[in-house]
Design a protein around this ligand. Sequence first.
Ligand code: G3H
Ligand code: 13P
Ligand code: ZN
Length: 324
Amino acid sequence: MGDSVHFSELGLANTREMFAKAMAGGYAIPAYNFNNLEQLQAIITACAETGSPVIVQVSKGARDYADQTMLRYMAMGAVAMARKMGSNIPICLHLDHGDSFELCKSCVDSGFSSVMIDGSHLPYEENVALTRKVVEYAHQFDVTVEGELGVLAGIEDEVSAEHSTYTRPEEVEDFVKKTGVDSLAISIGTSHGAYKFKAGQAVPPLRFDILEEVEKRIPGFPIVLHGASSVVQEYVELINKYGGKMEGAVGIPEEQLRRAARSAVCKINIDSDGRLVVTAKVREYLAQNPGEFDPRKYLGAARKELVKLLKEKNANVLGSAGKA
Ligand code: G3H
Ligand code: 13P
Ligand code: ZN
């Protein structure tokens, strides 16, 4: 296999058919972030066992962490693992929050089947121009592209935005038409990370009125919801019980995510929930087994719990179980 590889050679699928089915069926495709072997194994196991289509996604930081060459083979391995399990679920490898044309091009060239170009922090016309450039390149290879309008609040490593700005529905039709994107991420009150709202405050509802206005202007167009971890309190409590310090971590109530999944939202991004499970289970395992030093033991415990959480999300939050 040369330096450049097309996603079809890796057995991957782009998002086009996944989103069309999700739109028609009133559910959302899970987009789970991963950085390492155990997370990817857990995602594939959970989605194969629940019969859910899946988007496995990496941020720029995750790609650097895992190594871009290793990633290509991990993606191939993910497909092979699902097939070995007797599952034919479609698997998409997606770049999360691409920040430049060069990064998106590099991902297209190295076998990603979908990329996000996040120009949401740029002035509108610059966002349009950058997104259009990525679409023109990616579509030559049938790689699907996600754009973003509106800025999410929150700070998380390389993905940061001090203040949120809700998506302006009056811009979406023009943006979609001018750029040719396949899906659009919008800002309706979610944010990245484990601290989505102030501790002790009532959790404000997502701005479904904005989502509805967007749907009216671009009917049937796939919408993406970022910052969609529910920050499961059971895991926050475990972390705090075993030496961690995550007071006030709070996420999006599951009922609001279910409502989003039934709408034009076809892709729901979840990273923090996976991080919390892994951290909680590693902390618990090491606290309860202080003499253990085999990483397979504590990472194995984390992986097992992650499978459980993701199966539960597919079945009861996204509605994607059994839809592959
Ligand atoms: O949306 C951001 C993702 O959670 C990735 O975060 O840049 O820390 O990998 P990261
Ligand atoms: P969370 O931090 O809520 O998991 O959001 C992840 C995300 O939006 C990745 O792009
Ligand atoms: Zn995001």
